[in-house]
Design a protein around this ligand. Sequence first.
Ligand code: LLP
Length: 471
Amino acid sequence: MRAHEAGALHGNDAAPTWLPYPADVNALLDGLWSRTTVRGADGALEVGGVSVHRIAEEVGTAVLVVDELDFRARAARFRDAFAAAFEPYRGAHVFYAGKAFLCTEVARWVDQEGLGMDVCTGGELAVALRAGFPADRIAMHGNSKSDAEIRRGLEAGIARLVVDSLEEIERVSQIAEQLGVVAPVMLRVTTGVEAHTHEFIATAHEDQKFGISLPTGDALEAVRRVLERPATLDLVGLHSHIGSQIFDVSGFEIAARRVLRLVAEVRERFGHTIDSLDLGGGFGVMYNTQHTPSSPEALAQGIAQIVAMECRDLGLEVPHLAFEPGRAIAGPSTQTLYTVGTIKDVHLGGPHHRVYVSVDGGMSDNVRTALYDADYSALLAGRVSDAEPTVARVVGKHCESGDIVVKDEYLPADLRRGDLISVPVTGAYCYSLSSNYNHVPRPAVVAVRDGEIRTLLRRETEDDLMALDVG
Ligand code: LLP
């Protein structure tokens, strides 16, 4: 049945056209739920062998539930897919982008799975180091690194410092000199590619803050300046990241081509061979039926083909490659469990209405809907229902009408206060963008595996909220 037909049938056409009327409102949509999520015998969702009721009783809600095996499997799959695709050449490494979600335990999983770690601030570096993550597999980004951050990275012995501006080159060189080390630097170049994603998460077009412009010639100048300082700087390679939540490999194709042309130009002008290339992250995930992400294998093979062809045309050896997925590893591994509070049936004029379902969280634990107009989905998690599906909007408890978690979803019409609902694919950029707006404590984050619940980040308390209030 089509959404608008469903709307007519239910006297309610508030559903967007992309939202399919569910054949079964209790069903777990393929591709949306972490690998161990199932409906248990009592109808409640189970993840990692643990019922959502047990999680809610032991940890409370709102809570982010990380399916450990799912996270690890995605990490391993990206690692293997890119290693296999570039195996005929000089190989490829995958760095997990910690900005998507980071805590010490997740850093240990990433280490155990053999990936590198991409950090972009001193804080992220501190978490990785605290976890005992090997510094020689850490890449450090940042468009405005402080001297202290650069010093800390170099002292720790990180694998590469990704330099983001012409200005930074001299600063890194001076700090390396003071420390008596040679800094391994990559240069982040902006290729002028327009990635088809939300403007705030596209990063390689010209009018934005990241990187060193390739089209203007600044990138070539940056290479020259780094090569001029061999006593303090070692040019590890070039870096390009075009944006996030991208499905279309063509963006990577254009970026790779432009960066490889720079590699050829550097060889020609300076007689120097750049032998490592990092094409960043940005691989999109499925948040709802509108998204159809490619498999890591297809992405890796596609990019390998493009890079190999371009290198052949330019007479270059295929460099060593690196990639930095964050969202595609962390996002689908996690779901947020909420308890339903107030429910309001809001009339929209004529026969149309929308059911507003309030939960015990909101824009403080998932700001992506408000910030990027993201579309999430939701499912009744604590039980099954045979009631009619009705168009609902899941909203938070904050004092703001834009406090929306899921804009549009079909939920059963008998949904009531106290029900548990779950929002899938919240593992990336939800907790990491969280706040305690309105003095709402941040939720707990737990890992579930083999019937066990392990707290990764405990729930914030009122004392935590007061901790900074020295007045
Ligand atoms: N590498 C670099 C240099 C990056 O800037 C990013 C993301 C990544 C890798 C990882 O991208 P991913 O694979 O996760 O797409 N807060 C936004 C996303 C910001 C992404 C920032 N950089 C959101 O919630 O959509």
